[in-house]
Each structure stands twice: as C-alpha cells, then as structure tokens.
Design a protein around this ligand. Structure first.
Ligand code: 13P
Length: 394
C-alpha cells in the first residue's frame, strides 16, 4: 500500500536535493503513464488533480481509480488536489482520497490569501493532510498557450513569504520567480537569487508551478535552490496530443486507434522529468522514511430503543448525509445484522483518512449535533472501536 504521507515524501526530497514531480492527470492514460514511469525509475511521485480540469473528467468517478493505482504501485505515491478553488473544494478532495491539498488564493490581496490559506490549514491539520500555499502570482493556464493568458507575474518577496508561512502554517510554499503555466515561446527568465533567498529564509520544501518549457539547466538550478516539488502538465498534454495527431496521419480511425500509444508517450516524458529532477532510485528510501498513509475504520455496533425500523432507517439516512461531509471522512456505511439474534443489531462503519480524524471528527459540530440529538438518545447500548487498516488488499 504505497500511499505515503506527502510531507515526509517532500521533506526527503528537500533534504536530499532532488524534486518530486507532481503530474496533473486528466484521464486513465495519464494515470497509467505516470505510474508506469515512476515504477520504471523507482521514484516517488505525486498524482495531481487540478480543479480547473474538472470540466474534462468526473473527479468523483476518477478518484477511486487514482487511489487504486496509488495503492497498487510499488513506489511511494501521494495524491494532491492542485489549484483548489475553495475550502469546500479542499474538504471534498480530502474526502475523495487526496492526501495533500492546495487552495490557490494567490490572486487575492496578501491578507485575504493568508486568511483563506489559514482556514484550509486548520481544517487539513484535523485530517493529518499537509497543505501547499501559493504566494505571488504565476500567470497562464495549464495546457494552453501562455501568451494567450499573459497576466502579470507577481514575484514572491522574501519578507512576505516568511510572514505568510508563519501566519498560515503551510507545509510547502509555491513561489513565483518567473515561471508561467502553459505552453511558452522561448525560455522564461528566472529570478534564482530570489528563490535562494526564500529558501534560506524558510527552510521548507518549495514548489514550482508552470514546469513546462524550462530548460534542463533551469530545472537543475531550481532544485539546487530548494525546489522539492515541480508541477507539470502542458508538456504531457502535448506529448499525448502529438501522438494522437500522428495516429490521425496514419489513417487510424476510431477511439482506440487514435489514442494508441498515448500512455507510452506520457510515460516517456514523465520518465525524462523524473531522471532530470533526480527522483530515480529514491523509492526505497522514501518508503522507509515516510509513514504509510493508512485509513482508520471507526466502527460502532449498537442496539436501539424507542424507534421502529422506519425510524432507525431515517436516523441512519440523516447520519450518512451529515457525517459524510465532515473533513477526513472517506465513507459512511450503515448496516443491520444478518442474524436476528446478534448481540448488536446495527452498525456504523465510518472510514477516516488518517488517525487525526478520530479527534477532529468527534469534536466537529455536525457530529456533535447528530450524535447528541439523534443517535445517542436511542442507542444507549453500543460499543465503538477505531481500527487502523493495514496490509495489501486481497
Ligand atoms: P505547466 O502546465 O506549465 O507544466 O504547469 C503545470 C502546473 O503548474 C500545475 O499546477
């Protein structure tokens, strides 16, 4: 089960002078291509899902496949929500299986960015999930021509970065030092001295957005100056698009003929990046030095007094609705004993993403309201135990 804690993964990269690729995925071809490359290189990898791409695929449908791919991989994997739009997006991402989140408030004024990011950090701490913040503005849109969305680069200042990290408590900081999202003409000009000063001031893993279009030499210099996570998408989309265009040229018709080779094209580009960024051969050390990311089953077995079956079902329905929205809750299941003479007739099976959720869930106002108002008054006879799951799924 090599889903691992992303904070420990990136701290390993930071200590050892390499960067982990956070590759945005928009389809199963991307997912398989990224994992194939990481396994080929025996490298840690981040599967990244950008909210701006949710028009192209159904996030809720994709996530079970992303989680399954991560659990099946033989290299350490983290799953990251990239450029989330809001606190609600971050909660939704975590509850679908992301174990790292970023809410991008970099377009807001400094104080507002701090306030939004701090709220995300407070919520995510209760889920054991690390948070990336962004300060300064990296313009452009992933997958498009950068020139069409030029915006204005707002460079990150060292002083603001220090204050931002102190006031928000983010685990990683995305900095703006000259990169742009999307397809660029020519190399961007990077302010490496600024990056170095930010690295010296903060000492936490730094993140670069807009990886596409940088030269090999530029990547090396970024990593030397504290960059531990590189976000990368447009070049993968272009590798896929070029392969499809080539297939069209060979008279291929039909979906499967057109997308033939896309997975391999993506894997080749991901492999090139991993080797260039120094992550190859690091999988074993990262697995040894990172906590495995293991969910917790919160089990409650209970009997009910004072409600008929319809009343019990209504109470369970309300519980599934309310409890599934609490941060860190991956699933809420309700059950009835198969045998009528079982010691406990009903159960809740609530899956938390991390042991930290045991406390934050208990204290969450929605849980307190449901438990005190609807559940405990009728379920005096109950036992409750939290189990951390381990072992490969059979
Ligand atoms: P590129 O599309 O320019 O590689 O940037 C990706 C990115 O920064 C995603 O957050």
């Amino acid at each position: 089960m090599p889903l691992v804690n992303m904070k420990q993964m990136l701290e390993h990269a930071h200590r050892n002078g390499y960067a982990v690729g956070a590759f945005d995925l928009v389809s199963l071809d991307f997912l398989e291509g990224i994992i194939t490359a990481a396994e080929r290189c025996q490298a840690p990898v981040i599967l990244s899902l950008a909210e701006s791409h949710f028009d192209y695929f159904d996030f809720d449908l994709a996530m079970p496949a992303v989680v399954a791919a991560a659990e099946r991989a033989d290299v350490p994997v983290a799953i990251h929500l990239d450029h989330g739009h809001s606190l609600e997006s971050a909660v939704h991402g975590i509850n679908r299986g992301c174990n790292g989140v970023m809410v991008d408030a970099s377009h807001l004024a400094f104080g507002e960015n701090v306030a939004v990011t701090r709220e995300v950090v407070e919520m995510a701490r209760g889920c054991g999930v690390p948070v990336e913040g962004e300060l300064g503005y990296v313009p452009g849109v992933e997958g498009e021509d950068a020139e069409r969305h030029p915006g204005e680069i707002a460079y990150t200042s060292v002083e603001d970065a220090r204050t931002f990290v102190q006031e928000t408590g983010v685990d990683f900081l995305a900095v703006s030092i000259g990169t742009v999202h999307g397809r660029m003409q020519g190399e961007p000009r990077l302010d490496i001295a600024r990056l170095q000063a930010i690295d010296e001031a903060l000492g936490i893993p730094l993140v670069i957005h807009g990886g596409t279009g940088l030269s090999d030499q530029q990547f090396r210099r970024l990593i030397e100056r504290g960059v531990s996570k590189i976000n990368y998408y447009t070049a993968l989309a272009d590798a896929a698009g070029n392969r499809i265009a080539g297939n069209l040229g060979s008279d291929a018709r039909g979906y499967t003929s057109l997308v033939k080779g896309v997975r391999e094209a993506i894997a080749d580009e991901v492999e090139r990046c991993i080797r260039l960024w120094g992550g190859h051969g690091r999988a074993g050390e990262v697995l040894e030095q990172s906590e495995p990311w293991l969910p917790v089953e919160h089990l409650i077995l209970y009997n009910v007094k004072g409600l008929d079956e319809a009343g019990v079902e209504a109470m369970m329905r309300e519980g599934r609705r309310v409890l599934s929205g609490i941060p860190g809750v991956l699933a809420v299941d309700t059950g009835r004993a198969v045998k009528a003479d079982a010691g406990y007739r009903y159960c809740w099976r609530i899956r938390f993403c991390h042991p930290a959720v045991i406390d934050s869930y208990r204290e969450h106002p929605d849980h307190v309201r449901f438990a005190d108002g609807l559940f405990r008054p009728v379920a005096g006879e109950r036992i409750s135990i939290d189990y951390q799951l381990f072992g490969d799924r059979a």
